[in-house]
Design a protein around this ligand. Structure first.
Ligand code: NAD
Length: 520
């Protein structure tokens, strides 16, 4: 191990010490789980993580394993009961306190995420702020989930309560670990559930830190549990556990299918937030400065490791050459570098497997006739220690819609630019994938903007903008991008189930308890 990598290893230890997340001295590994209000070691195989910057060993920890998952479900069951014994207003107050429990730890959390996930530090600071925002937003919902009274045609008072499922199992990916953790934890507990969450095995620590800081601020012990490990062991122990009443999954369509199948085995419903192949449509009357800036942000932010990445840029033929030229120039100016550098706009790809997936998709596209406008290789001017998974912003043209690069999710800083002639043409191309997560339209014609937006088969559509999301607004996909919604009121509703209560109000029962008079 060279001295530079020792620095990254030491940096993680320092950050964990600052957060008081102790190391399991027997295994010489971080205590990588938060179960029943305690940090706990994993019990399974050791998992080794590499530093995205150098490609050298960074941290190792033990897979949680089925027994620890069972303890987490048990703790969540008890934590949930305690949580629901509080008044709704008190739950709201405690969630607000949980949001502010991150105060003073923001920079440590951002640094920890930046080192382990390889994300630029300024992006990680933004993620910490989002965590707080999500808890504050859903704290406000705690005492506003009143039910409804239904005007039934009998003498009954019929009212509906929105009740929690009980214990929810959540599984998240590596590309935005803190964001996705808070994104699902906050509505789940605001709705009254206990949670067992499994982050990606690639980014285990920040979710543990968030749960620990928040729970210690006054949430019932065991309300939130974090278990770390891989899908086939810890993941499937969670999805198949009898104590879990709902599954919420954020990740790839391949894993999403397995999670939905595991739920179906036990007749447990799921929400799937999956990948995308989002179309970013630029008409020739668009303000091209804005459209080109938006196109870059759409794909190169987070090195394209974003579910809503605008990976297909569709440009009206009259503007095609100009947009391509501007894009190639702008892409070559993006600062790719160390995540710790404040000036870095794009860091490395998070892991070796993903790096290989991206580079092999570029290579296959080239073999099928696609042409590189820029990128496609490691940037030439990286600092010496940046021997990890760096890739220059990549733009491909001469792409046909049947190529894998135009159909499959790359999940990296790779954009294809394709021309179109008419509005119909643009819509047909945009909707011609299995995905349906997001999309955008750039035009100065408002009628066309709304017309096209309405016909895009995508859960989120931006007009003259890209990548703006907020916890207040529903988010989710069509097709292979998943089902169910997160964020906003819709996100909250996913965590409750309606219970209908019938109360006879007539002096004598007007319905003979269902015998021949109404209910079959
Ligand atoms: P992934 O599907 O490989 O893994 C996601 C999570 O699922 C991980 O925690 C993993 O351990 C777990 N998992 C895998 N197999 C499992 C199994 N059989 N049982 C239980 N758990 C299992 O995805 P990834 O590579 O971590 O993340 C990238 C993907 O996530 C991309 O497709 C991206 O678009 C998607 N994503 C979607 C959203 C969204 O909101 N729609 C947000 C972020 C990322």
């Amino acid at each position: 191990m060279n001295s530079l990598n020792t620095t990254a290893v030491e940096r993680v230890s320092e950050l964990l010490a600052t957060l008081n997340m102790h190391t399991d001295t027997h295994a010489d590994a971080p205590l990588s789980n938060w179960v029943a209000g305690e940090l706990a070691p994993g019990q399974g195989e050791r998992i080794e993580l590499l530093d995205p910057v150098t490609g050298l060993p960074l941290i190792g920890y033990r897979d949680a394993g089925a027994e620890l998952v069972a303890s987490a479900v048990e703790a969540a069951t008890q934590g949930q009961q305690e949580w629901m014994s509080l008044t709704a207003s008190e739950r709201g107050r405690r969630m607000t306190a949980a949001a502010w429990a991150l105060s003073g730890h923001e920079e440590t959390l951002a640094q920890l995420e930046s080192v382990v996930a390889g994300k630029p530090i300024r992006d990680c600071r933004g993620e910490v702020n989002k965590v707080r925002e999500m808890f504050e937003y859903y704290a406000g919902w705690c005492d506003k989930q009143h039910g409804e009274v239904i005007p039934v045609p009998t003498s009954h008072l019929n009212y509906v309560r929105h009740v929690p499922y009980g214990v929810v199992g959540q599984i998240t990916p590596w590309n935005a670990p803190m964001f996705t953790c808070a994104w699902q934890l906050a509505p789940a507990i605001a709705a009254g559930n206990g949670v067992v969450l499994k982050p990606s095995e690639m980014t285990p620590l920040s979710s543990v830190a968030i749960a620990m800081l928040m729970e210690r601020s006054g949430l019932p012990k065991g309300l939130i549990n974090i278990v770390n490990g891989v899908g086939p062991t810890t993941g499937s122990a969670l999805t198949s556990h009898d104590g879990i009443s709902k599954l919420v999954f954020v990740g790839s369509p391949e894993s999403g299918r397995r999670i939905a199948q595991a739920g179906a085995e036990r007749l447990v419903p799921s929400v799937l937030e999956l990948g995308g192949k989002s179309a970013n449509i630029v008409f020739d009357d668009a303000r091209l400065d804005d459209a080109v800036a938006g196109a870059q942000a759409a794909i190169f932010a987070a090195a394209g490791q974003s579910c809503v990445a605008g990976s297909r840029l569709l440009v009206q033929r009259e503007a095609f050459e100009e947009v391509c030229e501007r894009l190639a120039r702008a892409a070559s100016e993006i600062r790719v570098g160390l995540p710790s550098d404040e000036a870095t706009q794009m860091g490395p790809i998070q892991n070796a497997k993903q790096y290989q997936h991206i580079t092999s998709m570029i290579e296959t596209a080239r073999q099928h006739g696609a042409r590189l406008l820029c990128g496609g290789q490691r940037p030439s001017d990286l600092p010496a220690e940046a021997e990890g998974y760096f890739l220059a912003p990549t733009v491909l043209v001469d792409v046909t819609e049947d190529m894998a690069i135009a159909q499959e999710e790359v999940f990296g800083p790779v954009m294809v630019v394709m021309p179109f002639d008419t509005e119909e043409d643009a819509l047909r191309l945009a909707n011609a994938t299995r995905f349906g997560l997001a999309g955008a339209v750039w035009t100065q014609d408002p009628a066309r903007a709304h017309r096209v937006a309405a016909r895009l088969r995508a859960g989120t559509v931006w007009i003259n903008s890209y990548k703006v999301i907020n916890v207040m607004s529903p988010f989710g996909g069509f097709g292979d991008s998943g089902f169910g919604r997160s964020s906003g009121m819709e996100g909250l509703k996913e965590y409750t189930v309606a219970q209908s209560i019938w109360v006879e109000t007539a002096p004598t029962a007007s319905v003979a308890m269902g015998y021949g008079s109404g209910v079959d």
